[in-house]
Design a protein around this ligand. Structure first.
Ligand code: PEP
Length: 260
């Protein structure tokens, strides 16, 4: 990995943990994650909306150096969108990173590439960092279409985004068949796809590709984190299941201390 790109390990708690449970997890993590760890690696936690204020208060009160994240937002600033949350509402809560276009949002809630692009731009306009998720299904992989699917998702996700904004972003390559299944892409396949993500960014925005951080996501665990993170184009991990438990998430954050 390039020296300029700080690793980012993100915990996506999905629709798990009420605000009491979220607080407990944050507090457990602070005992396990050291100052040396956060000097080496950026860490973001992405609780459900109902927990964000509680987690924010805890991070601020105890000066815990984790970045606060969200899992989703709307692209409009206000309006008749029952149940939705505006990017500016997240910014006001001190949210730094917003996951955009997670495959569960795309597949279960029908989010389109156009909506995802609007969200990327809305998140950036509110001075937060989008984590743009891309990835192929098993059928697409088996049909040899993984790269073309991901290329299309990046091209549409980054439409009308300026190069300096792209440079500040995070793109998470998450093969859908590896999310929550216990199956992980091999380190070689993950590296090849993350390199391809960077090459697409290079074609679109030149040297922004050297700065954009590319995460791998899909059943990242303490046992595979170091090998994945050792790949030159993998700058971080988006972690679902293993981020719900303090020991396993802390261990992933501490991947640099592991033996392969
Ligand atoms: C995710 O939530 O984006 C994810 C990759 O989940 P898991 O780590 O459980 O596969």
């Amino acid at each position: 990995m390039s020296e300029e790109r700080r690793p980012l390990i993100s915990g996506n708690w999905k629709m798990h943990l009420n605000h009491f449970e979220a607080l407990k997890l944050v507090q457990e993590l602070t005992y396990l994650v050291s100052r040396d760890d956060v000097d080496a690696v950026d860490v973001s936690v992405h609780p459900p909306f109902t927990d964000i204020r509680t987690v924010q208060t805890s991070l601020e009160a105890d000066k815990i150096p984790f970045f606060l994240g969200a899992q989703h937002c709307h692209f409009e600033e206000k309006g008749a969108f029952t149940g939705e949350v505006a990017p500016s509402m997240l910014a006001k809560l001190g949210v730094s990173y917003v996951i955009v276009g997670h495959s569960e949002r795309r597949e279960v809630f029908g989010e389109t590439d156009a909506m995802i692009n609007a969200k990327v731009r809305a998140v950036l306009a509110n001075e937060m960092t989008p984590i743009l998720c891309v990835g192929e299904t098993l059928d697409e992989r088996e049909a040899g279409e993984a790269e073309s699917k991901v290329t299309g998702q990046i091209q549409s996700g980054l439409a009308k985004v300026k190069a300096d904004q792209v440079a500040s972003m995070v793109i998470a390559y998450e093969p859908i068949w590896a999310i929550g299944t216990g199956k992980t892409a091999s380190a070689e396949d993950a590296q090849a796809m993350c390199e391809s993500v960077r090459n697409v960014v290079r074609d679109l925005h030149g040297s922004a590709a050297d700065a954009v951080r590319v995460q791998y996501g899909g059943s990242v665990k303490p046992t595979n984190a170091k090998e994945l993170m050792s790949q030159p184009d993998i700058d971080g991990a988006l972690v679902g299941g293993a981020s719900l438990e303090a020991e396993s998430f802390a261990s992933i954050v501490q991947y640099r201390l592991h033996q392969i």
